[in-house]
Design a binder for this molecule. Structure first.
Ligand SMILES: C[S@@+](CC[C@H](N)C(=O)[O-])C[C@H]1O[C@@H](n2cnc3c(N)ncnc32)[C@H](O)[C@@H]1O
Length: 322
């Protein structure tokens, strides 16, 4: 096979690896507990979920009454192969609607087959999206930007899992800065791990087999992203440090009128100007307390630097209360 083609295949395999992370019920329940009041009388759509194996589907069926849901729609994507030599019978994409009547029983006879592949961007899936109030899932990481853009386009409420890196995507950061989207409660080690298929190669220390024999990887680099309100995000970060008298601890940037702060808990409570903080700040960010100004770059369009050296990526913020 030509080298280029091999590379392409390898890249595709790498990309698809994290697309095959399946979410554990415990991690879903751990996060969803903070949003219960949003679901009363609502239609939930899980648009990247096979109800035969999705714990998002399981969670909403199990909690259908408790949450007071109106309807749960779950849509399963099936990649359509055009390979002439593929002998597998092509599986069909479908969706399944649950209204709390049949005791959670998943009856194959009630599957509605899509004409297409059930891609979340397909007109058929978008029609279902339009009916939904809240979208909750773990979408394919490789399509994360597009996925969020579509939710914003259709003005949907959502709670989804993504990679922590997504914060640094220009499009996603812009939404966070504009206070249209924010981080959920759990992130990193707060999401205990994902179920992976049998063909997934387990390596490293962050892997295990659970009591039920499921293969689990814990990448510790994921987060929940949402536009559903929680009271937690309006809690102030407790600030105990002063700038006055400790100026040397907070060096100024070469290319921006602001000071560098290495840890969120070290943000001084008495500094009125711009401050560069690590991206993990966003996990504690309260929009009533701070304003996000910009990401990473100084006035010259280059990464923020101190005496010519760049600390890790910084988010520039300002205290709203002083
Ligand atoms: C990271 S996995 C998560 C699966 C499930 N949501 C869960 O959390 O267990 C992403 C899923 O998205 C599906 N998928 C991939 N591309 C898709 C697309 N274009 N449209 C809809 N679903 C897609 C994959 O088949 C895979 O099941």
């Amino acid at each position: 096979m030509a080298r280029n083609a091999t590379n392409k295949l390898l890249q595709k395999a790498k990309k698809l690896k994290s697309d095959e992370f399946y979410t554990q019920l415990s991690d879903i329940a751990n996060e969803l507990q903070y949003y219960k009041e949003h679901f009363q009388g609502k239609v939930v759509y899980c648009n990247c979920d096979d109800p035969k194996n999705s714990n998002f589907f399981n969670y909403f069926v199990l909690n259908f009454k408790k949450l007071g849901l109106k309807k749960l729609i779950t849509a399963c994507y099936k990649e359509q192969t055009n390979d002439l030599f593929d002998t597998k019978e092509t599986e069909h994409a479908f969706f399944y609607e649950y209204s709390g009547t049949e005791n959670g029983y998943l009856n194959q006879a009630d599957f509605v087959y899509f004409k297409g592949d059930g891609d979340f961007r397909s007109p058929e899936s978008i029609e279902l999206l339009k009916q939904a109030d809240i979208v909750v899932t773990n979408p394919p990481f490789s399509l994360f930007r597009e996925y969020v853009a579509q939710l914003m386009k259709y003005g949907k409420k959502f709670l989804i899992i993504g990679n922590i890196n997504a914060i640094t995507y220009k499009e996603i950061f812009k939404l966070i800065k504009e206070n249209k989207v924010w981080l959920g409660i759990n992130l990193g080690r707060g999401i205990s791990g994902f179920i992976v298929p049998d063909h997934y190669e387990l390596y490293g220390t962050e892997t295990r087999i659970d009591d039920a024999g499921k293969r689990i990887v814990s990448p510790n680099n994921c987060l929940w992203l949402t536009n559903l309100e929680t009271s937690q995000r309006h809690e102030d970060i407790v600030l105990t440090k002063t700038y006055a008298g400790n100026e040397t601890e907070y060096p100024r940037y070469d290319n921006y009128d602001g000071i560098n702060v290495n840890k969120t808990q070290d943000i001084p409570y008495d500094y009125a100007g711009y401050m560069g903080v690590p991206i993990t700040f966003l996990h504690k960010f309260n929009p009533d307390q701070f304003e996000i100004i910009r990401f990473r770059k100084g006035n010259d369009g280059k990464d923020l630097s101190i005496n010519g050296k760049c600390p890790y990526f910084r988010i520039l913020i300002k205290n709203k209360r002083i």
